[in-house]
Design a protein around this ligand. Sequence first.
Ligand code: AMP
Length: 310
Amino acid sequence: MCVLCIYFAKMFHCLQKIVLLCMVFQVRLLMIIVHKISELQQILQDVRQKGESIGLVPTMGALHEGHASLVRRSVSENDFTVVSIFLNPTQFNDKDDLEKYPRTLDSDCNLLEECGAQLAFAPNVDEIYPEPDTRQFSYPPTDTVMEGAFRPGHFNGVCQIVSKLFAYVEPDRAYFGEKDYQQIAVIRRMVDDLDFHLQIVPCPVVREDSGLAMSSRNTLLTEDERRLAANIYRVLKRSKSLNASIADTHDYVVSTIDAIPGLKVQYYSIVDGDTLADVESWNDAESIVGCITVFCGHVPIRLIDHIRYK
Ligand code: AMP
């Protein structure tokens, strides 16, 4: 009797493993990779006909846990998740930055499969821009301050690609990371302006244990530079507990980070968290955030981050 019990227990354990493997395997088999807009739209037509909801996660590849958090959220809130992987040239004002950008399509697809995404859309540049995109978008002050001021044309390129993706996919929800805080503000304005019927879902920043915001660009940092870069969020957090005026909080962040060899602040702006307009007092807006860009290391690598004060 006892021998039989052991035998059945072992069989059951084996079966469990097989079922688990099949589930994993099926998930892998279910992710489709397409490179053409026509293929994408054909698949999505079937999805829509079945009445299924569609989530979109736009990315530029070199995916990490930050991207994965957006994909998992979309998978949990939609029947069908599309992740675009497209290194959009029109949002790079610095061609050197574009060339240096890491490209890791195979491992990106593995990560997306693990997250349960149904489709990866990885077009080449000619597919998206058979002709140069001459459209101009303008949503001041969201696209003119901070990144908009230091990277001319950047948000115009972001609006070009995101509006195209919205038109191809027609998602019910689109997921963006608060890591790029300003980008969400610009895209919200574009969605209102162009009457896209979809929900923008902002997702919290995913950080390394050190506090450094995860970014595809972090792979370009050496280990020492990564440790150095962790100071950015450390200083931002400390600035919250100062209880100082906006001007003094600003100066504290800039002078403390600039005093660390290997780090150089490009700008630090404390702004209205919705409109991104400058604020002079903590009472000027209901939501207030501090947005920073820092050059790190000898190359140097440009890192962005932000902190919410209220
Ligand atoms: P990217 O590939 O850099 O264009 O990023 C694609 C999306 O992932 C954007 O909405 C980013 O804000 C988001 N994202 C990137 N890094 C993170 C992170 N560390 N935490 C949360 N979202 C992120």
